[in-house]
Design a protein around this ligand. Structure first.
Ligand code: ADP
Ligand code: ADP
Ligand code: MG
Length: 658
């Protein structure tokens, strides 16, 4: 076996690879950029090598620097993780020339599959069913318009070198092609340094189902069943699971066989994923093959018990696969939630910054379920604008799908992050939705279920009780400490528009809240003291965790996707409180503000100009993504704030209407 491996990546995947290497007794080297000098991966690896500036183009994407780091440290092999150089055939060849092993497929397989246009041609030849479209490059918008018309709308414009949901746009009409073609092209150039574009039919309301394959250098290929990744925003996965609730045994076998056939046809010899779009009728079409480890590989590991990173290392070393297809089976169900530094309340836009607080749920086995958290950050670390805004991947396993979902719901409650916007309330909302729980998924899920965007979820009856009980318990502990003479039993709980008289009683460790009508709930196992951001307890015996913080008056409490401002008042103050005029929000309708921090690419209007609702007024780039900012109403521009090239903060005014 190798004695030393270099990891040409960062963040959670670098940490993930180090963990397996440690178990196998292999020493590790990580390379790091300026932005990652104090990272967890650097701390964990046996050795680390500085390779340059924060932009990936100055560090993680520079093959020369990776090769030099191998020579300097004597690493015999490179694991590229995902992203960066992981699907770069030139890099794999270069390593081979230098006598260093690439822990991934052979360069020919990467070349054949690593490019969307080429791989579609190849798959079609190998008899795999592909999405109808134009399998070839498109030169300009006029050509794109013609092809789109030939295929028939809606179509999807895609960067051939695209990945990570970047460089993809749906066009419903010619105008979308006119706008989208140059945008995708610019994004492709910026993100992948390759601006070849193609167009294919957009399959409406599909599901994303993919097959994990694994090969060795002796001609053996197996599949490790499917994952479903239909919960996506911006064509990028956010919740994944294995197996898929869509598939039956026959479809699973057919998809698996096609994926293995394709892998065998290209001489595939590592871990890889064959992605399909599937209809609700279980028809399926090949999308692309990712010739690398996949972000969502933990769910496959959890249902098969196979460590995919270990298998990649073994194959790369030349070992034969230790199992055949017959040796693999599905055990239980696993769900993965990608925890992103993005604000679900603002259209999932990146929200970067420092992890002022970072406390993930405990990992391990809990009764019949398991929790795993793949992270590369610690409290105090920064989620930088230079890389992917993923904070961690939280995975849960249960004997069946419902158990895995329930375990995820609980684990998300116990995940505490402060300092930046994150998508935990959104993920929690999905875990509670009937449609998700029933398995009726589609890639439109988020658009269907949150048509106005995510604004949180109103409390259920039991959550109303829970929030009231939590507020009362906190109020009582604070009062007991600060002004015990004010302790009393009769209170009014005001939560949003809801006001309820309650009676509190303390009996030993239990804390009882009686609502009007004499219905009572009991709070036990309370684990909270003033200053703690998480309130743990059990309501009528059911364990829960709520995020709490003191507000101007009362508390802001979040349980799963529900957030409420809750006040605990004496009956007399409650009366006065009712008479207060409601606070008015500032009038921002005359302003267009930047929805996220980023770089202004262009301001497309000038003072004095009339604009119409929906018109593009500016382009702001963040995380390598170009976001078109549109006017929400008609108006005449009075003034413009920043200019192209300026950096803007979230909520910074871009322009003002007269
Ligand atoms: P998966 O298909 O494994 O779910 P994604 O498609 O979301 O993964 O992308 C995997 C990771 O790699 C993400 O962090 C994404 O931003 C990054 N990524 C994907 N393709 C590239 C690329 N060509 N260059 C740089 N980063 C990439
Ligand atoms: P990436 O390399 O970014 O992962 P993919 O080609 O795999 O790009 O597409 C990403 C996602 O976009 C898919 O998971 C799927 O949801 C959606 N998608 C891609 N192609 C189509 C299509 N032709 N019709 C409908 N949805 C599609
Ligand atoms: Mg994909």
């Amino acid at each position: 076996m190798f004695s030393k491996i270099l990891i040409a990546n960062r963040g959670e995947i670098a940490v993930r690879i180090i963990k397996t290497c440690r178990r196998l007794g292999i020493a590790t080297v990580v390379v790091y950029s300026e932005a990652d000098a104090d990272s967890m991966a650097v701390e964990m690896a046996d050795e680390s090598v500085f390779i340059g500036g924060a932009p990936a183009s100055e560090s993680y994407l520079v093959a020369d620097k990776i090769v030099a780091a191998c020579k300097q440290t004597g690493a015999e092999a490179v694991h590229p993780g995902f992203g960066f150089l992981s699907e770069n055939a030139g890099f794999a060849k270069r390593l081979a020339d230098e006598g260093i092993v690439f822990i991934g497929p052979n360069p020919k397989a990467i070349e054949a599959m690593g490019d969307k246009i080429e791989s579609k041609k190849f798959a079609a030849k190998a008899g795999v069913s592909t999405v109808p479209g134009h399998v070839g490059e498109i030169d300009d918008a006029a050509h794109a318009l013609k092809i789109a018309a030939d295929i028939g709308y809606p179509v999807m414009i895609k960067a051939s070198a695209g990945g990570g949901g970047k460089g993809i746009r749906v066009a419903w009409k010619p105008q979308d092609v006119e706008e989208g073609f140059p945008a995708v092209r610019a994004e492709a150039k910026a993100s992948f340094g390759d601006d070849r574009i193609f167009i294919e039919k957009f399959i409406e309301s599909p599901r994303h189902v993919e097959i994990q394959v694994l090969g060795d250098k002796h001609g053996n290929v197996v599949h490790l069943f499917e994952r479903e990744c239909s919960i996506q925003r911006r064509n990028q996965k956010v919740i994944e699971e294995a197996p898929s609730p869509l598939l039956d045994e026959a479809t699973r076998a057919a998809m698996g066989a096609q994926a293995v056939a394709l892998a065998q046809a290209v001489g595939y010899d590592s871990a890889g994923t064959v992605e399909f779009v599937a209809g609700q009728d279980r028809s399926f079409f090949f999308l692309e093959m990712n010739t690398r480890l996949q972000v969502e590989h933990p769910v496959t590991e959890m249902i098969t018990g196979v460590d995919l990173v270990e298998q990649m290392i073994r194959s790369a070393y030349g070992e034969k696969l230790a199992f055949g297809q017959d040796g693999l089976s599905i055990n239980g169900w696993a769900i993965e939630s990608r925890i992103y530094a993005e604000d679900p309340y603002r259209g999932f836009l990146p929200s970067i910054g420092r992890l002022v607080r970072y406390a993930p749920p405990e990992e391990g086995e809990f009764g019949k379920t398991k929790v795993r958290n793949d992270a590369g950050v610690r409290e105090g670390d920064e989620i930088s604008m230079f890389y992917d805004p993923m904070i961690s991947k939280l995975s849960t396993w249960g004997p069946d799908r419902t158990a895995a979902i329930d375990a995820m719901g609980r684990a998300l409650e116990d995940f505490h992050i402060e300092g930046l916007g994150h998508n935990i309330p959104f993920l929690a909302a999905v875990m509670d939705q009937e449609r998700f729980r029933s398995g009726a998924l589609s890639t439109n899920y988020i658009k269907d279920e949150f048509p106005e965007g995510f604004i949180g979820v109103p409390p259920t009856d039991s959550q109303r009780d829970l929030l009231a009980a939590v507020a009362c318990a906190m109020h009582r502990r604070l009062t007991a400490r600060a002004a015990p003479e004010l302790l009393r039993d009769e209170w009014v709980v005001v939560a949003g528009h809801d006001r309820r008289r309650v009676r509190l009683s303390n009996g030993g460790d239990a804390f009882q809240v009686t609502f009007e009508g004499d219905r009572a709930v009991t709070l036990t196992d309370v684990d909270w003291r003033p200053g703690l951001p998480l309130f743990r307890g059990a309501l009528d015996g059911k364990p829960f965790t709520a995020s709490v913080k003191p507000a101007a008056e009362g508390f802001v409490i979040r349980h799963r996707a529900t957030t409420l401002h809750v006040l605990v008042l004496t009956p007399r103050s409650a009366e006065l409180h009712e008479k207060l005029p409601p606070k008015k929000a500032a009038d921002t309708s005359k302003l267009i503000i930047s929805p996220m921090p980023g770089l202004v690419v262009s301001i497309d209007v000038e003072p004095g100009q009339s604009v119409q609702a929906g018109q593009a007024v500016a382009v702001v780039e963040a995380m390598k993504m170009q976001n078109i900012i549109r006017a929400e109403r008609d108006g005449v521009v009075k003034s413009v704030g920043p200019k192209a090239g300026d950096s803007v903060a979230a909520d910074e005014v871009l322009l003002e209407f007269a």
